[in-house]
Design a protein around this ligand. Sequence first.
Ligand code: ASP
Ligand code: MG
Length: 448
Amino acid sequence: MKFGGTSVQDASAFARVAEIVRGESENSPVVVTSAMSKVTDALIDAFDAAKKGDFESAFASLKPHFERHTKVAEELTGGAQQKSFQIELDFADKELNELFIRVTRRSLPLQMLKDAIVSYGEQLASCLLAEVLKAKNLNARQIDARRLIITDEEYGAAAPILSETEKLVQLELEPLIEAGEIPVLGGFIAASRSGETTTLGRGGSDYSAALVGAALRGREIQIWTDVTGVLTCDPRICPEARTIKTLSYEQAAELAYFGAKVLHPKTIQPAVDFGIPVRVCNSHQPSMRGTMILPKADTTPRIVKSIAHKTGITILRITSARMLGAYGFMSAIFQIFERHRTVIDVVTTSEVSVSLTLDNTDAIDAIVKDLTRLGQVKIESQQAVICIVGEGLRGTSGIAAQIFSTISDVNISLISHGASSVNMTFVVKEDQVSEVIKRLHRKFFQVS
Ligand code: ASP
Ligand code: MG
């Protein structure tokens, strides 16, 4: 059971988490928590301040966040639990102070110090959550995730070493689980083989949960967040948007690019490897069932499952007669993007042209300059990608007709269909996106 930052943002959120964990206490849960909301950002800002030499203000800026922790402890614990958390907090206070001084003096590599500093968000949240659970009569125990999750030394975005991590997780956690204890771990944080603190990259707590769940061959991995699972479309556009009951791993991966709220495919890979279901649920509305992500989605009568979109997209079109019958042309184009470290999202080709979409246009001038050597280049900005995800879209006849007849008066500037049988992607002008989404949602999800 992984709880994100907003699920542990204050005392009432912690109290809700305790009840959610209690609800699963018969099922041998393992709890993974993110830092309290905004704490990771605050630690990064403090690190930056210390880097500029201002370790005093770095330290002062964390005070309000320490107080948020203290307040939770005061409200939800007492006696031994409160005291034991206070000791942890005082320790963190002292250690962070020393780390900031080191940053200012550059006495260790900065990336290493940065991970050591940001790790306190999850360290403190996991200690606090364990004490809160104990105070509520749950048999919880905080376990330092750095003893279990072993990574390479890529500070800030370390990659777990799977075999070692799996062994350690089993060795440390299985006996506790058998004894009826509930292990509570901080997500996101890990350690290198030599024992230095590392982190798995922003949002890495989901990854920690998947690693632990996979190592233990858990029955289910639950990601508790502040939205009720994955929705049929953006609720800011259609208030009628509703929770999708089940998605396949493949569909979830297609959707991940579009919504920050959806899981990153990399982070659930360990679950995918062992076919473990991942449930996304809302800690603010625990009784709602959320979305289940499964190896294969159930065959539902509803072919279209979700309509996702992303605005701020730029299309580049490269046209060249030289492309006809030539080999190496595509590769020459893609190499330019590689050189400028720019991600391409959707690609379509004809015999003499290539169209592609970009989200990040920081290097666009240089890219266009290089592409001009290969052919004519046209740029269209302020576009939006719309991605329709469903089951067996490629094999369902008439689906394209249904989609495009619903929006027959809208100009579609690019269509991509077929690479994956679960998605149909196309591009429209940004100012038309909300109308398009509304109409498609009505067409595919209106219950009449
Ligand atoms: N606390 C970390 C972050 O904000 C990790 C996480 O929340 O998953 O990125
Ligand atoms: Mg997250």
